[in-house]
Design a protein around this ligand. Structure first.
Ligand SMILES: NC(=O)c1ccc[n+]([C@@H]2O[C@H](COP(=O)([O-])OP(=O)(O)OC[C@H]3O[C@@H](n4cnc5c(N)ncnc54)[C@H](O)[C@@H]3O)[C@@H](O)[C@H]2O)c1
Ligand SMILES: [Zn+2]
Ligand SMILES: [Zn+2]
Length: 368
């Protein structure tokens, strides 16, 4: 089957004819219908994040279960599923206390480049190829743990289903699961990519006001207004703190960094009001740090917290997000950007780097 392989950071992905094993016990084979162009894959491509290589990239996917291995109970052939890049084992301390994004199973898959047992189902000319976060959906098919999928309504467009598996649950989840008492409170979202725009949608749903989107690209800010932002600031032409003061006499209660650069996280900390909380969602280069000014932290009781995968309970929350889409409460289809074939994946990432608006998706089966 055809798949997009990363051999070395800084080199383009190559479309290769990769061997894929049958699903083993507890595993499922999925025919990929759509896979989202998330910035996290770009972090692996440019070396900001380091994983086991060579690897088939892609972690934000949707498809149809083709085959199941022995003992699989959660899904059956024919089910439409969304992939989960942080599966829940269901038994560890974090799963049992409702924080499955922190389940060690996700870490095992991310660090081993394999499935839960640490081994891979992918090979190229006899050479082992790794999975990305137990998924690897920039491919015609993938074999994943049954814990790495959640079944959803097959009537949902595959592109919408795919982006719900990462950008949407991460951004909307930050608004729904992390930000408390947000109705009527001001929130600034820094970064209007797939994750930041999803946060904007979630913030509209829970009644935040104002919702201020910050980016350096005007078309992304227009999209933020379409999805529920009340105000926007172009950070390349305006001073963010000054603009926020103009927009609202009440300082922002929450600031979300959906970029992951030291300067944006620092900016989030500076512009959030007294008693406010910064939620860090964007990922930085391995080892990147940011200085936190001590006295505002203490005297203004500012808080700085991280959020992984929307701090969501994905098998429960993702079907709910899909239901909100079907009910017209979350316009996930409006978040979609360009659609590409698998062979165009490097163009899709070049466009993301250039500032293309909306969440692009790869359609490994072609558009038809
Ligand atoms: N925490 C999680 O679980 C999680 C999940 C998914 C993605 N991520 C991370 O979140 C980040 C965003 O992901 P994405 O897919 O939305 O990326 P993206 O590239 O689509 O969006 C990033 C946005 O930031 C904007 N930006 C860049 N520099 C800026 C600046 N100085 N000020 C304001 N805006 C700026 C860009 O124009 C772009 O719109 C990435 O680091 C990604 O790895 C984290
Ligand atoms: Zn667990
Ligand atoms: Zn992602």
């Amino acid at each position: 089957m055809r798949a997009a392989v990363l051999r070395r950071p800084g080199t383009p992905l190559t479309i290769e004819d990769v061997d894929l094993d049958d699903p083993g016990p507890g595993e499922v084979a999925v025919r990929v219908l759509a896979a989202g162009v998330c910035h996290s894959d770009l972090h692996y491509m440019n070396g900001d994040l380091q994983g086991r290589l060579p690897a088939v990239l892609g972690h934000e996917g949707a498809g149809v279960v083709e085959r199941v291995g022995a003992g699989v109970t959660r899904v059956q052939p024919g089910d439409t599923v969304i992939t989960l890049w942080r599966p829940r084992c269901g038994e560890c301390e974090f799963c049992l206390t409702g924080r499955p994004a922190l389940c060690p199973l996700g870490k095992v898959q991310a660090t081993s480049g394999g499935l839960p047992d640490g081994t891979s189902r992918l090979a190229l000319n006899g050479e082992k190829v790794h999975h990305l976060m137990g998924v690897s959906c920039f491919a015609e098919k993938c074999v994943v743990s049954e814990r790495s999928v959640v079944a959803v309504d097959p009537a949902v467009p595959p592109a919408v289903a795919a982006i719900t598996g990462c950008a949407v649950v991460t951004g909307v989840g930050a608004a729904l699961n992390v930000m408390e008492d947000v109705a009527g409170s001001g929130v600034v979202v820094i970064g209007a990519g797939g994750v930041g725009l999803s946060a904007v949608m979630g913030l509209r749903l829970v009644g935040a006001n104002p919702i201020v989107a910050v980016d350096t690209v005007d078309t992304k800010l227009d999209k933020a207004l379409e999805l529920g932002a009340t105000h926007t600031i172009n950070a390349s032409t305006h001073d963010v703190a000054e603009e926020l003061a103009r927009i609202s006499p009440r300082p922002m209660s929450w600031a979300l960094d959906a970029v992951g650069a030291p300067q944006t996280l620092q900016q989030a900390f500076e512009v959030v009001g007294t008693g406010g909380t910064v939620v860090a969602v964007g990922l930085g280069k391995v080892g990147a740090t940011v200085p936190v000014p001590i006295n505002p932290l203490v005297q203004q009781e500012k808080r700085l917290i991280g959020s992984l995968y929307g701090s969501a309970n994905t098998p429960v929350d993702i079907p709910k997000l899909i239901d909100l889409f079907k009910a017209g409460r979350l316009p996930l289809d409006k978040l979609l950007g360009e659609q590409y074939e698998l062979s165009e994946i490097n163009e899709a990432y070049a466009a993301l780097s250039r500032g293309a608006t909306g969440r692009a998706v790869i359609l490994p089966g072609g558009e038809g």
